[in-house]
Design a protein around this ligand. Structure first.
Ligand SMILES: [Zn+2]
Length: 172
């Protein structure tokens, strides 16, 4: 029991549920994009000596081509750059006034800086991402791309170890 106030497990659970509701219902879908990985082409046999396509189709591959020809899938490279992404939901604060972690007094926040709050389980995915796209399904209308601006932090006091806030700057 505290001296001035007591955070009962019930109060903590209520606060945690309230934040979860905000993320789940008011959060925006965000796509984390990872650096592309080079992987062997699925359509041709890789020539490990020449470090390129051997010109032989892999039976069952998606784009058949004649023996000794040019693999149409990898353009004779033998490798394909595969982009990996992960979709998560984050509560977005678009202006410093709404920030979960307010900027220190006197610190100028460049235009296009946002903060995002989400579940702490997503922290490794956030740290490894090359960039983040807010509302990727609207990409045809607008593209909101961001890169991580500083190390994400657990800024919660009442609810700890549950959520993480990350700061991002606009990248196009
Ligand atoms: Zn190929």
């Amino acid at each position: 029991v505290g001296r001035v106030f007591t955070l009962s497990p019930g109060i903590i659970a209520l606060a945690k549920n309230a934040i979860s509701d905000l993320i789940d219902q008011l959060g925006k879908p965000c796509r984390l994009v990872y650096p592309p990985k080079m992987e062997p082409c699925v359509n041709c046999v890789f020539d490990s000596v020449g470090q390129k396509s051997s010109g032989r189709w892999v039976t069952g591959g998606p784009m058949p081509f004649p023996e000794g020809g040019k693999c149409p899938l990898c353009d004779e490279q033998g490798m394909l750059a595969t982009e990996y992404t992960a979709d998560i939901k984050m509560l977005i604060a678009w202006t410093p006034r709404e920030f979960f972690l307010p900027p220190a007094p006197g610190v100028q926040i460049p235009a296009g800086t946002i903060q995002a709050k989400t579940y702490i389980e997503h922290l490794p995915k956030i740290q490894q991402a090359r960039e983040m796209v807010v509302q990727p399904h609207l990409e045809k209308l607008a593209r909101w791309r961001f890169v991580l601006d500083c190390e994400p932090a657990d800024v919660g006091n009442i609810v700890q170890d549950s959520f993480v806030v990350s700061q991002w700057k606009r990248a196009g």
